[in-house]
Design a protein. Sequence first.
Length: 136
Amino acid sequence: MTSPSTTTTPDAILEAARAALGTAPPADALAGFLDAGWQFLRRHPLLLDLTVSRVHRPANDDPHDVVPPRLERLIRRGQHTGDFDGSPPAAWLAAAVIGLQHAAAEEIADGRLTAPEAAALCLASALRLRGGGDRP
């Protein structure tokens, strides 16, 4: 088995979305950010396998260390521009969005949702969390 960090780091997965994270409208950047997470899971389906009791956390480029700060910066940008609700702390919104994606991944792993269904529900829920409805 391959550790997620040995073939594709979170930075590599986010590379395609990276330019848009800072320049695209915040809701579109959030959609791209979530899509990068789904790309990561497609490349590492073992992460969805509930029979695996523990996946080794890499010493470097662990998604749990790399992803939240980037998402938090994106959310702060959206709050600054008024695209996202400014009342909840950006760190809380980032944790909530990541939690949504984890919940969606569990639904896929348990066979209750297909990957496209889970991704669509995750995006719709994340956009509601940010203080808006559907994707503009």
